[in-house]
Design a protein around this ligand. Structure first.
Ligand code: IPD
Length: 282
């Protein structure tokens, strides 16, 4: 099996690069925006086109594999992770950035078997940085090994987070309450690249000590989670304990100490899970 997954990973890298080219070209022409769950949850024709391109190309090579894709789910497909080999795809992570030409946009491809991420590929296509990780084999950026920061003092840390795509007043209150607590620790700074995948690559690269968010989806974090852990980082739920990829909540940090410190400051809420049944219960 090991060789099979290696060839799947090689394919993921090459299709992510192709997808990145399409995104870069489209940035010049296609910025026609549509909305999804809210007026700030954006999608473009390029998101849909790139997801199709990736799925078709993978299907030709691995016809029995399954897919969870952001735009396929938006179009009504169920988001269910089984034990079967499954490609989890975000064709454009950072769609809002794409629409505004803010220069952080990623193609994110995670690959799971038995619900465990076997490899992750995040292509930051405007920076031309290819982040990769294979389970047990480390994380890399353009072939160079990555290592999380060794800073264990939260007061010397930079923390990444996002405002997400909900403007529900209760959610906004939670976001600002967490932010206020974290800024007041005080930390050195708070940053956000506008894409969960790139925020996680920044943790893996040692540029920020942690990233947390509530409201992300499995396709935003599947690849990035392995890139963080293979670079020596840890993943945690926002209430502590094990991270659950379908729960839409994540803390990714350079260490358990930093992750646990962040958890203390997060104002917790639980969005509808990605794998919630269509009748919408938690
Ligand atoms: C979004 C980005 C953003 C995060 C949102 C995600 P998309 O993904 O990762 O940084 O705040 O929660 O949904 O919609 O650009 O693929």
């Amino acid at each position: 099996m090991a060789d099979l997954w290696q060839s799947a990973m090689d394919h993921a890298v090459s299709v992510a690069r192709k997808a990145g080219e399409v995104v870069r070209e489209a940035l010049q022409v296609d910025r026609k925006v549509m909305t999804k769950s809210s007026s700030v949850d954006l999608v473009t024709q390029t998101d849909q086109k790139v997801e199709k391109l990736i799925i078709q190309s993978v299907q030709e090579k691995f016809p029995s594999h399954r897919f969870i894709g952001e735009e396929s789910v938006a179009a009504g497909e169920r988001c269910v992770l089984t034990n079967e080999p499954t490609w989890i795809i975000d064709p454009i992570d950072g769609t809002t950035n794409f629409v505004h030409a803010f220069p952080f946009v990623a193609v994110s491809i995670g690959f799971c078997v038995n619900k465990q991420v076997e490899f992750g590929v995040v292509y930051s296509c405007l920076e031309d940085k290819m982040f990769t990780a294979r389970r047990g084999k480390g994380s890399f950026c353009n072939g160079e090994p990555l290592q999380v920061s060794d800073q264990k003092d939260i007061k010397q840390a930079i923390i990444a987070t996002e405002f997400g795509s909900s403007r529900d007043p209760e959610v906004v209150d939670h976001i600002f309450s967490s932010l206020r607590n974290i800024v007041s620790i005080p930390v050195h700074g708070v940053r956000g690249a506008g894409t969960a995948a790139i925020n996680m690559c920044l943790v893996a690269s040692g540029c920020v000590e942690a990233y947390y968010e509530i409201g992300i989806h499995v396709w935003d974090v599947a690849a990035g989670s392995l890139i963080v852990s293979e670079a020596g980082g840890v993943l945690m739920d926002v209430e502590g304990g094990q991270m659950d990829m379908m729960s839409r909540r994540i803390v990714a940090a350079n260490s358990k100490i930093i992750a646990e410190r962040i958890v203390k400051e997060i104002s917790v809420f639980s969005p509808l899970r990605d794998d919630a049944p269509p009748d919408g219960h938690h």
